[in-house]
Design a protein around this ligand. Structure first.
Ligand SMILES: Cc1ncc(COP(=O)(O)O)c(C=O)c1O
Length: 357
């Protein structure tokens, strides 16, 4: 209803504005210390809206072991003249030389920790260095793995923060949602225009579920990080027998441990590990054998999940690239839930001892 033609009472059409969506957008803006936020129908919809800030001939620099769905999307954008170059962002010299070499670098895409090898990049340093070379480069951080409880990229110098709110923010594996938070009005207005023009908004019901999920976000992240640390320590003890490598930023043996210690409030709920006998067959056998860890693609919910990236989340990443960025055939990813940690360890222990991997 409108007061008079063209004069509405605050909300004219749900694609443009909606009261429940507004509450969620305000909430994530506060949590991420931004200027404003926009809620989309999925994490990938929020990522695509952000890429639409670019134009023909612009170039993106992205973290090399990027989430498979983002890789597929960036690939799709090649045909619209937006090229992506991948680099290991934990090696700053490689990033600096790439920025300096490119003609039109417009956007840097960071995931930290990465999915699934959990590499941690120094977000603050990347922002400082890149802006020094080219102040117009936009820095985007996909903060899905950390949530605002663990790190706040805008505080570290980023321009845009993305969340697949499908994961930790909603927290119960029953919502598909994406959020973009920006640091200034200029970016907000551009993205608001894109959101309204393309229409991939989050429905009021899913906004409400995400708002409700955020009420327990802090408690969940704390417990999931606690459980994950204990499980990572357990897996590390199995190294050189059935397990080859354990990837968890909270282990002091991890090569990015010191950056994680400085940058993150907790180490997060995701662990990856590879098997000594590095075959897809062995990995499939293992991920199909656990009882509490359920075999599923998603992550960040209250219940523990297990996944085989090479045949599940990262099957759209070509095998040669998977190999290059460390996604081995036997790599297994765990999303740790809030269950009793002893039960989770026993489940993994049973599977590890029942199989001659
Ligand atoms: C790091 C990361 N970013 C983005 C996405 C995409 O989010 P959605 O599945 O909500 O579209 C995912 C999905 O797994 C992810 O892991």
């Amino acid at each position: 209803m409108q007061n008079s033609p063209g004069v509405h009472k605050g909300f004219d059409y749900t694609r443009t504005n909606n009261p429940t969506r507004k509450i969620l957008e305000k909430l994530i803006t506060k949590l991420e210390y931004g200027f404003g936020s926009l809620a989309f129908s999925s994490g990938l919809a929020s990522i695509e809206a952000t890429i639409k800030l670019l134009k023909y001939n612009d170039e993106i620099i992205a973290v090399d072991d990027i989430y498979g769905g983002t890789f597929r999307l960036l690939n799709l954008y090649e045909k619209f003249g937006i090229r992506t170059h991948y680099v290991d962002m934990t090696i700053l010299d490689k990033l600096i030389s790439l920025i300096s070499k490119l003609k039109n670098p417009k956007l840097i895409w960071i995931e930290s920790p990465t999915n699934p090898t959990l590499k941690v990049s120094d977000i603050k340093k990347i922002c400082e260095i890149s802006k020094k070379i080219n102040n117009n480069i936009l820095i985007v951080v996909d903060n899905t793995f950390s949530s605002p409880v663990i790190q706040n990229p805008i505080k570290l110098g980023a321009d845009i923060v993305i969340h697949s709110a499908t994961k930790y923010l909603s927290g119960h594996s029953d919502v598909l949602a994406g959020l973009v938070t920006v640091k200034n009005i200029n970016l907000y207005e551009k993205l608001k225009y894109i959101q309204n023009s393309t229409g991939g908004i989050l429905s009021p019901m899913d906004c409400w579920l995400t708002i409700r999920g955020c009420q327990t976000l802090f408690l969940r992240m704390k417990k999931q990080s606690y459980n994950a640390y204990k499980i990572a320590r357990f897996l590390e003890k199995k190294k050189d027998t059935v397990i080859k490598t354990v990837y968890y930023p909270g282990l002091s043996s991890n090569k990015n441990y010191l950056i994680a210690l400085k940058q993150q409030k907790y180490f997060g709920g995701i662990i990856s590990f590879s098997l000594y006998k590095n075959t897809i067959y062995n990995a499939k056998k293992f991920v199909s054998s656990t009882r509490i860890f359920k075999l599923a693609e998603s992550l960040g919910g209250t219940k523990s999940l297990i996944c085989h990236p090479a045949t599940m989340t990262h099957k759209s990443t070509p095998p040669n690239i998977r190999k290059k960025v460390g996604i081995e055939d036997s790599l297994i990813r765990l999303s740790i839930g809030i269950e009793n940690v002893e039960d989770l360890i026993n489940d993994l222990n049973d599977s590890l001892s029942n199989f001659s991997l």
